[in-house]
Design a protein around this ligand. Structure first.
Ligand code: PMP
Length: 411
């Protein structure tokens, strides 16, 4: 009955912004949400994306097309994203495209891709999922809401370091202790692990993927930060390239890629991304998966929004804008790296906490909940409770203030 519905816990990240907005301190600093801000504290549209928007708006004046997109999304977007992911980011994907083994839907950004994937998997293939500990807090929520019964976390981070041995041994132990006939899924952060910023090396990934393959788990690659690590969107797709090396791995239950343009095109609110399912055999398997994905999308939200995917499509299909986009992504990655270097200069943190070891938008500070509270209460500096700090919220005018407050905590 409606009067017996329990209160859901508040969102761990977005709730803090509400508190920040109400804070009256002139020096207040919001380092919570993963939205890229420039050195002037502004969220701006990337030049490549702004130009694509201008082109689109011009053509809209002539012919305003606000009709529905197809269930699976904009056909041009689909062609261009498939080319971007499976020809350019991962050249061996060409073979998979030729064999018609990639089922693809445009989604409501990365979260939407995870939602459609988890719904599909829970309906047909699996009810157990493994996430890294820690992970983006919404992962477990999305999978639980979409029908997963068993939500587990594998060891990822221990004493300030990545713990690959612990990770592999958790998977082995779980495999030994289950008699479930459905294969378990495993979610892998493609790069810029959120929140720790620690990514396995390629050699470590090989060990990990070998084990996942041996245990017949279903890999779900979550690629939300492609380009924000090295500044090169193609380089950052190394996990996809390794996973799709068919001389090494055959994923008998498919491989799932959840991809987002929220961060690397700054299209956050437009909700632009994709889900692709790489099937194990030819076109027939893909057609069945296609049909079920369409049915799920139709039942969830009918069809994806149009505007943002049209913008992304222009960036991806116009060679001049695409080059400009590469530059934009590189500039973002460089600024994130320079903020880390500036923090490292100002803080005398030991090598484990050294900001320059960490990849991507966030710094996992190692601060505990009470230190995070002290920062907020004494200095109006807002971090996520687990000590994650969003780096681009720092700039020339506030970095000293924040680093001073961090140093005070050490005393
Ligand atoms: N996965 C991870 C690991 C993330 O950090 C995020 C964004 N914070 C997402 C997926 C989804 O982002 P979006 O839905 O905005 O693309």
């Amino acid at each position: 009955r409606i009067n017996s519905i329990p209160m859901a816990p508040p969102d761990k990240i977005l709730g803090l912004t509400e508190q920040f907005n109400a804070d009256k301190n002139d020096n207040k600093t919001n380092l919570t949400v993963g939205i890229y801000k420039d050195n002037w504290g502004q969220v701006t549209t990337m030049p490549s994306v702004a130009r694509a928007q201008a082109m689109l708006d011009q053509s809209f004046e002539m012919n305003t097309d606000l009709s529905y997109l197809p269930i699976k999304g904009c056909p041009d977007f689909r062609e261009n994203v498939l080319r971007f992911l499976y020809r350019e980011s991962c050249p061996q994907g060409v073979e998979l495209l030729n064999q018609e083994r990639i089922s693809f839907v445009q989604t409501l950004s990365g979260t939407g891709a995870l939602a459609v994937a988890s719904k599909f998997l829970s309906l047909f293939m699996s009810h157990t999922v493994w996430f890294p500990n820690p992970s983006w807090p919404n992962h477990a929520n999305v999978f639980q809401i979409n029908g997963f019964k068993n939500i587990n976390h594998y060891t990822y981070y221990k004493d300030g370091q990545l713990d690959v041995d612990g990770w592999i041994s958790d998977l082995e132990k779980a495999a030994k202790s289950t008699n479930d006939s459905f294969p378990p899924c495993i979610v892998l952060h493609a790069c810029c692990h959120n929140p720790t910023g620690l990514d396995p090396t390629l050699e470590q990934w090989k060990r990990i993927m070998d084990k996942i393959h041996e245990l017949k788990m279903i890999p779900i690659i979550d690629m939300a930060y492609q380009g924000l690590d090295t500044g090169d969107v193609y380089k950052d797709a190394y996990l996809l390239r390794l996973s799709l090396d068919e001389s090494r791995y055959q994923w008998s239950n498919g491989l799932f890629l959840c991809q987002s343009f929220a961060k690397n095109m700054g299209l956050y609110g437009e909700r632009v991304g994709s889900l692709s399912v790489v099937t194990s055999r030819g076109a027939e398997e893909k057609r069945s998966v296609d049909s079920q994905l369409k049915k799920i999308v139709r039942g969830m939200y009918s069809s994806p929004p149009g505007y943002g995917s049209r913008v992304a499509n222009i960036v991806l299909s116009n060679p001049h804008l695409k080059n400009l986009w590469f530059q934009d992504v590189e500039n973002i990655a460089k600024r994130l790296q320079s903020v880390k270097a500036k923090m490292a200069e100002r803080l005398n943190w030991d090598s484990l906490q050294d900001p320059t070891r960490q990849h991507g938008m966030f710094l996992y500070t190692g601060l505990n909940a009470s230190e995070v509270n002290t920062l907020r209460e004494d200095s109006s500096i807002y971090l996520v409770q687990d000590g994650r700090l969003s780096l681009s919220g720092l700039n020339d005018s506030n970095i000293d203030y924040v680093c001073d407050a961090l140093r005070k905590l050490e005393k």
